[in-house]
Ligand binder design. Structure first.
Ligand SMILES: Nc1ncnc2c1ncn2[C@@H]1O[C@H](COP(=O)(O)OP(=O)(O)OP(=O)(O)O)[C@@H](O)[C@H]1O
Length: 570
């Protein structure tokens, strides 16, 4: 969330100082009220940035968490006389509980269904709030909510209340920022960019998303609690859609995924109606036009625009750090027995068995659509097998998810290439170490070591988006190797490489096999594969057509007929 740019950091610090000066010397009592409400929304939006900006899940539950916090704190203080120090933990706990219970099923949904499901949470709560008048005051809500009562004394409105709210925003904001630039935040952005790749790098996607959702609930709840005590009334309005729209607009206008964006967005959006007050009827038109213009001209929000305009800081590259000593290679890194997978009644993989012993390079070939990629997906856990077994380093992995298989020792590359365009080469490779290191610095140091080993350390600071094919392939290989796997699954690693690059890749793969790594290599380029492979399996329509030494492939009549053709080579 924000990435540690020094110029932007300075600018944001200056902005914070200006806000303090305004509150201390410039603001009228009414101005302080608006500022206090802006602080409340900034807090809610910071939580939203975690789930929406970092984890990439369009949660429309942030308004519900806000409302839950508001009701929890409002009911406990007005009905039971609790002071804020006691109601705040409740206002955090209730939304947290709802997030954990609801999050498990809804976080599995695809993005738009997830958005709708989370919107449903607010609707259900709104119905409950209106229909439980004994507890909630029904449609009229509860009047007589006290102000923020701390240790028996009410924090006066005006500067003290604004200072309290913004003090909580500052603490919450710093916490969220620390988390976002650390290991957890990096892992979340990987999940956002490509959950499948994140899982193959050993990251528990479900747990990360749930954590982000739960944290967003805590921020939402805290904001709701502050809102109810600054307004001194709680009514169903806090659960209505406009609250969610405001939070979403604050995050988008301020800059998705940035703490500073939540703060800037909240201050601007909550003050804009005040500044435009003189326009009377024209106000909504200008307000809407201003929002639209910001979104069109600054798609990454205002803080995104600021960070783009400021000169980028060249970060010094970290020194390489040694990776931990790898476990002694298992005699058989991979065994597959009777694996089957059907898509819509067609068997993509139909009873395939194969083994990759220690130090072997098993070539997997076959015509297009013969099931090679599906087999790799079944081994790495991205697809569930209909039948059969997968053993990784002697351990049954068939029932495990992709992240658990990655932790057992499976690493893979992707046919289409799956590097995040906006990440540097080092960030992409260090991503593979996140799950196994204590922090980002250690992961990046180890990532540097792998880049040195593959001779691409000079490109560490290059963005993956602009890499030529040969380099892309090597970065993908580096990322897979950074996992220190037992078995490496490579899906067409030589595609798009020059002859010199192919020779270099072959030398790397031989050296890796020499160290005991098992390699499963899917490749159409026979000139590259046959001299390299220790054994070859040929698939056709999901079935094994040939399983034997590479020398026998060109002689096998069935392979020639189904795949190689009379010319003898693809
Ligand atoms: N997710 C999916 N849904 C439906 N059908 C699929 C899916 N994935 C693969 N298939 C089908 O399964 C069969 C095997 O596809 P797969 O991609 O594994 O073949 P492949 O040997 O890797 O092909 P290529 O050499 O073109 O990469 C094909 O008929 C394909 O259309």
């Amino acid at each position: 969330m924000g990435g540690g740019l020094p110029w932007a950091g300075l600018l944001y610090a200056a902005g914070a100082a200006a806000l303090c000066l305004y509150a201390l010397f410039g603001a009228t009592p009414y101005g302080l009220r608006v500022l206090t409400v802006a602080g409340v929304y900034a807090l809610a939006a910071i939580g939203f940035q975690i789930v929406f900006g970092l984890a990439g899940a369009l949660s429309l539950a942030q308004g519900a968490f806000f409302g839950l916090g508001a009701y929890a704190s409002g009911i406990l203080s007005s009905q039971f006389g609790w002071d804020f120090a006691a109601t705040l933990p409740a206002a955090l706990a209730v939304p947290l509980l709802v997030a954990l219970v609801v999050g498990l099923p809804v976080l599995r949904l695809e993005s738009h269904y997830f958005a709708l499901a989370t919107l449903g949470i607010a609707q259900i709560l709104l119905l409950a709030a209106v229909n439980l008048p004994a507890l909630t005051g029904g449609a009229n809500g509860l009047a007589g909510v006290p102000g923020v009562v701390l240790f028996g004394r009410t924090v006066p409105r005006g500067l003290p209340l604004a200072a309290l709210v913004w003090g909580i925003v500052a603490v919450g904001g710093l916490l969220a920022w620390r988390l976002s630039v650390g290991r957890w935040g990096r892992a979340l952005t990987l999940v956002r960019d490509d959950p499948m790749v994140a899982a193959t790098l050993g990251l528990d996607v479900g747990r990360l998303r749930l954590g982000a959702f739960a944290l967003s609930a805590l921020f939402g709840g805290a904001a709701g609690a502050l809102a109810v005590h600054t307004q001194r009334v709680v009514s169903p309005e806090v659960l209505e859609f406009p609250v969610m729209v405001t939070i979403l607009t604050v995050a988008v206008v301020g800059g998705r995924g940035r703490v500073a964006g939540a703060v800037l967005g909240a201050v601007l959006l909550l003050h804009l109606p005040e500044w435009l007050r003189g326009l009377e009827r024209g106000y909504l038109l200008v307000y809407g036009a201003a929002l639209l213009l910001t979104i069109v001209l600054a798609p990454h929000g205002l803080t995104g625009l600021v960070e783009r305009l400021l000169p980028a800081r060249a970060r010094p590259l970290p020194a390489p750090r040694p990776l931990p000593e790898p476990a002694a290679p298992h005699t058989e890194p991979l065994r597959v027995e009777g694996l089957r997978k059907a898509f819509g009644g067609v068997w993509a993989v139909d009873g395939v068995s194969l083994a990759v012993p220690r130090g072997a390079i098993l070539g997997l070939i076959g015509p297009n659509g013969s099931g090679k990629t599906t087999l790799i997906n079944l081994v790495s856990g991205l697809e569930r097998a209909d039948a059969g077994r997968v053993l990784v380093a002697g351990r049954y992995a068939t029932a495990l998810r992709a992240d658990a298989r990655a932790r057992l020792g499976v690493a893979r590359s992707f046919q289409a290439g799956a590097l995040p365009a906006a990440a540097t080469v080092l960030e992409a490779v260090a991503a593979a170490r996140l799950e196994r290191s204590r922090g980002v610095a250690e992961a990046e140091g180890q990532g540097m070591a792998v880049l040195h080993r593959l001779g691409i350390a000079d490109h560490a600071a290059t963005l993956c988006g602009g890499l030529p094919a040969g380099l892309r392939r090597r970065v993908e290989l580096a990322r897979a190797l950074a996992r220190q796997p037992a078995v490496l699954l490579l899906d067409e690693p030589a595609a798009g490489l020059t002859d010199a690059e192919k020779r270099e890749l072959a030398a790397h793969l031989r050296a890796l096999a020499g160290e005991g790594l098992g390699i499963l290599l899917v490749e159409h380029d026979m000139g590259f594969l046959l001299p390299l492979a220790t054994r070859v399996v040929v698939l056709d329509q999901g079935r094994t057509l040939y399983d034997g030494p590479p020398q026998g492939v060109r002689q096998d009549r069935r392979v020639v007929a189904a795949y190689l053709g009379e010319g003898g080579g693809a």
